[in-house]
Structures are given as structure tokens and as C-alpha cells.
Design a binder for this molecule. Structure first.
Ligand code: NDP
Length: 484
């Protein structure tokens, strides 16, 4: 079936439905997964084994569970995959490096943190995935992120394996010198395990351009050579145009394709965004470019409700507040009339057409999903990694809300990181326009792969589509390699 004929079939299938979901060509209530008992049994059996082998790693169980639920029917249909024990092998990381990071604070106290690099799978290319600095970082969180990264990277079509790393270090409230000492100390160990053809880390929560610069400076000093071993570098020293904006822009490009697939557009849509970090800020900027109305932003203190919609001038002021002054989102409300701050609250009660959770994992729960459904939300795109809990995702799918999982919708960041690696290898820099147009092509390609693999009774299930398309490429590579 071609994409055009699928689109027509989708329209025909839902012709006549009158609920809010039906307006965008989706049934209001549908059993998403006709799952036989045998398949369900295989999933339970597999997940029980995984939980036994990886006790107390709830985030990792959740991420694997989501993928296994989608791919099990496909897996069971392929005797060669089963014989090669591909699911068992793919859920075991190639290796995990755990190390101590000692550093000295401004008062002369000696501090120690724990850091990890989870090199999950490099069947498709050198390991690739961000570093996260946040007190909530644990082995389970990094295994979930590294596992997701395998399939996300596969979906981009670029040659990248999956990895993730980070530390329980909290950069909030630390001086620049303290952050520098921490980054230099972390790289003193990490440099042994990475390289431009081995493993190429990037940023994530708590790791932005300042941290990448400190990490890169220490790497070049230790190795005495300049190489593209990290992405997200400053443009003056090997960074790519559009890398800063890529995840947020990519999320909006994906969302636009998803809406177009259902004869809708972003023009005039009311958008609720959580977070006000890298992903949230640039998703908001691109949404404004597309004529949408951005109603909310948030941080861990609460959310701001911008009743008339964020203006471009206000966007500049919030970018300056968050990126340059490292301020709190409440300050934005204090400085602008018509902006309300809601402490310790999430933005999901605000009436919107599109929701973009762009902060952190499990920030959008079942009751939030219910509230969004009641407000008539038509699409949810995950800018963050696994921001919606399993129950929240199931609620969206049951109610026919278009739902794009992070491994598809937020793949723009790693895609431009891949382009940064290519530019570094060629010792050239491409223009903003060239990189942005490649990003748009990659996001379109990811959308097409989801549509091809996610056809279910004339509708597109983006969760199944992303999981199966991402899995298939890695599984075929592993099969070709033999028993490795
Ligand atoms: P940033 O550190 O730039 O921003 C994170 C934002 O989320 C901040 O506003 C932060 O608020 C908020 N936040 C973090 N933890 C919590 C929490 N527990 N409760 C409420 N709010 C919270 O990170 P990014 O924007 O880079 O990353 C956001 C998400 O996107 C993550 O899931 C990340 O893995 C994912 N992602 C990022 C990519 C990238 O290129 N940067 C690529 C693909 C995915 P506060 O400042 O108060 O902590």
C-alpha cells in the first residue's frame, strides 16, 4: 500500500464519525492491539525473565516493555529472529562502565559523584547518545535511555549505535568553575572509552553547550588530537549549525507530518508545552513559525500559562532567561502581564489541540492524559524521552489521539549530531539552510517509516510503527553478524 492510498483508506474508514477525534480521521474508541493470548503469554514470559535479570530497574522495564509489546507479533512471525535470540541479546547492553568522579567545590571541599556510560548496541554504527547530569540519574534511567536510543538512531537512517551516559551530579546552583572541574574530572576517565569511531556522546538534561565545551577541551588535552568525539560543540570549534535547535524543530516537523497525514495542520492550533530547556524552547520557536499558539511552558517549580499565546518577543525573553541567566520560569510570569504562574502544577489541564511533553520521563500520567482527552487534544508528540507513562499512552491510543513516541518525534537532535559527525570527518561546515533541510528530510523519512510499519486497520499506530521499523534494521544487522 502506498502512503497516498493509506491516507485515502484512513479517510474512508473514519468517514461519518463525529467525535473530536473523528474530526482528524481517527475513531474515538478502538482496541489498538488485537493481541492473541499466545502473544500475550510470550510477552509476559519475556518480561518476567527481563525483570528477574534486571531487578529494581523500573524505567528500563518500562522502556523494554513498550518495545516488546509492539514487536512481539512481528518477532514471533520470524523464526530466524527467534532462533538467534535477538530480543534477549538486544536487551543486554554490550557493556556498562561505572566510575567515580572526584572534584573540588569552591569552598575547597572534596566531592564524589558516580558516573556511567551504557554502551548498549553498536550494530549500526559507533555508539551515540547523550550525557545527562541530574540527581535522578541511575543505572536504570541510563539503560532505558540507551535502549531507546538504539531504535531512535536506527529510525534516522544514519549509521549510529545506541548509548547513554551521565552522572547523579546536580549542576543547579554550581558555579561555572565547579561545573568545569566536574566535567574535566569526568572526562579524565571517560576518554578511555570513547572515540570518533567508538562512541560519540552529546548533551541531554543538565548538559548543554557549556558542559560539552569543558568536556571537549579536556578530551583534546588528554588525547593530544582534535577529533569529533562529542557533538553539540560550539560552531566555532566543530559544532554543526542547527544542532541546538534540532530536537525541538524536529519534533514540530514530525508533528506537522502527523497532522498532514490526517488533513490537519499546525496553523492556529493551541499548543501546551512542558519544560523550558533545550527541547521545549526550540519546539516553541518552530511552533510559532508555523502559526501555532503556544500556551504553556514549565520547569520543575511549576508552569506558566500564557493566555494570549507566546509572542516572538516573549520567546526571546524566555530563551535569554533560561539559556543565559539560568533563571526560573516563575520569573517570566513576574516580568510579563497576562502570564500566570502555577506553582507545583503541570500544564496538562490547559485546553489545547496539541500537547508536547518536553521535560523528563514519566511527567505525563494517566490522569493528565484523561484531562487532555477531555479537553479535546488531537495529537501528542513526545519531545522528551518517555515522558508519558504506559497508562497515559494507552489512554491516548484507546481514545484515538494521534500519539508520536519520543524515539520518532525527538530523533531530530541525534540526527543533526550524526550530521555533525559527518562534517567533522570531512573537515567542513554546512550552512544553516543545508542542515535544516537535511533535518526536515530525515524527519519526513522517520514519519514514512512509522506509517509503513504502523498500519492497523486503516489507521497509523505510531508506537508500533516506530518500534517495528527501528527494531527490524538492528535485528537484520545482528542476524547478518552471526553470534556476536
Ligand atoms: P534541559 O536540561 O535543557 O531541560 C530540561 C527541562 O525539563 C527543564 O525545563 C527542567 O526544569 C525540566 N525538568 C527536568 N526534570 C524535571 C522534573 N523532574 N520535573 C519537571 N520538570 C523537569 O534538557 P533537554 O531539553 O535537553 O531535555 C529534555 C528531554 O528531552 C529529556 O527527556 C531528554 O532526554 C530529551 N531529549 C533531549 C535531546 C536534546 O537534544 N537535548 C534529544 C532527544 C531527547 P528545571 O530547570 O527546573 O530542572
Amino acid at each position: 500500500m502506498t502512503l497516498a492510498s493509506l491516507k485515502n483508506a484512513t479517510k474512508a474508514f473514519f468517514n461519518g464519525l463525529t467525535t473530536p477525534c473523528a474530526k482528524i480521521g481517527i475513531p474515538s474508541a478502538m482496541k489498538v492491539k488485537p493481541m492473541t493470548q499466545d502473544i500475550q503469554h510470550e510477552i509476559e514470559h519475556f518480561m518476567n525473565g527481563l525483570k528477574k535479570r534486571n531487578p529494581q530497574e523500573e524505567e528500563f522495564h518500562q522502556a523494554v516493555g513498550e518495545v516488546v509489546h509492539s514487536v512481539m507479533p512481528f518477532y514471533l512471525d520470524h523464526a530466524d529472529y527467534r532462533k538467534a535470540q535477538l530480543l534477549e541479546r538486544l536487551t543486554e547492553p554490550d557493556r556498562i562502565v561505572i566510575f567515580r568522579v572526584s572534584w573540588e567545590d569552591d569552598q575547597g571541599n572534596i566531592r564524589a559523584n558516580r558516573a556511567w556510560r551504557v554502551q548498549f548496541n553498536h550494530a549500526l554504527g559507533p555508539y551515540k547518545g547523550g550525557l545527562r547530569f541530574h540527581p535522578s540519574v541511575s543505572q536504570s534511567v541510563l539503560k532505558f535511555l540507551g535502549f531507546e536510543q538504539i531504535f531512535k538512531n536506527s529510525l534516522t537512517g544514519l549509521p549510529m549505535g545506541g548509548a547513554k551516559g551521565g552522572s547523579n551530579f546536580n549542576p543547579k546552583g554550581k558555579s561555572d568553575r565547579e561545573v568545569m572541574r566536574f566535567c574535566h574530572s569526568l572526562m579524565t576517565e571517560l576518554h578511555r572509552h570513547i572515540g570518533e569511531d567508538i562512541d560519540v556522546p552529546a548533551g541531554d538534561i543538565g548538559v548543554g553547550s557549556r558542559e560539552i565545551s569543558y568536556l571537549f577541551g579536556q578530551y583534546t588535552r588528554l588525547e593530544n588530537r582534535w577529533t569529533g568525539v562529542l557533538t553539540g560543540k560550539g560552531c566555532a570549534f566543530g559544532g554543526s549549525a542547527v544542532r541546538t535547535e534540532a530536537t525541538g524543530y524536529g519534533c514540530i516537523y514530525f508533528c506537522e507530518h502527523m497532522l498532514h497525514q490526517h488533513d490537519e495542520s499546525l496553523e492556529g492550533k493551541r499548543i501546551a508545552i512542558s519544560g523550558s530547556g533545550n527541547v521545549a524552547l526550540y519546539a516553541a520557536e518552530k511552533a510559532l513559525d508555523k502559526g501555532a499558539k503556544v500556551l504553556t511552558l514549565s520547569d520543575s517549580d511549576g508552569f506558566v500559562h500564557i493566555k494570549d499565546g507566546l509572542t516572538k518577543e516573549q520567546w526571546k525573553s524566555v530563551r535569554e532567561l533560561k539559556e543565559e541567566r539560568r533563571g526560573r520560569i516563575s520569573e517570566f510570569a513576574e516580568q510579563h502581564a497576562g502570564v500566570e504562574f502555577h506553582r507545583d502544577a503541570k500544564p496538562w489541564g490547559v485546553k489545547c489541540d496539541v500537547a508536547l511533553p518536553c521535560a523528563t520521563q514519566n511527567e505525563l500520567q494517566e490522569e493528565d492524559a484523561q484531562s487532555l482527552v477531555e479537553q479535546g487534544v488531537m495529537a501528542v508528540c513526545e519531545g522528551a524521552n518517555m515522558p508519558c507513562t504506559h497508562d497515559a499512552v494507552e489512554r491516548f491510543r484507546e481514545k484515538g489521539v494521534l500519539f508520536a513516541p519520543g524515539k520518532a518525534a525527538n530523533a531530530g537532535g541525534v540526527a543533526v549530531s550524526g550530521l555533525e559527525q559527518s562534517q567533522n570527518a570531512l573537515r567542513i561546515s554546512w550552512s544553516h539552510e543545508k542542515v535544516d533541510s537535511q533535518l526536515q528530510e530525515i524527519m519526513e523519512g522517520i514519519h514514512e517509516r512509522c506509517v509503513e510499519q504502523g498500519q492497523r486497520n486503516g489507521r497509523v499506530d505510531y508506537v508500533d510503527g516506530a518500534n517495528i521499523a527501528g527494531f527490524k534494521k538492528v535485528a537484520d544487522a545482528l542476524l547478518a553478524y552471526g553470534v556476536v
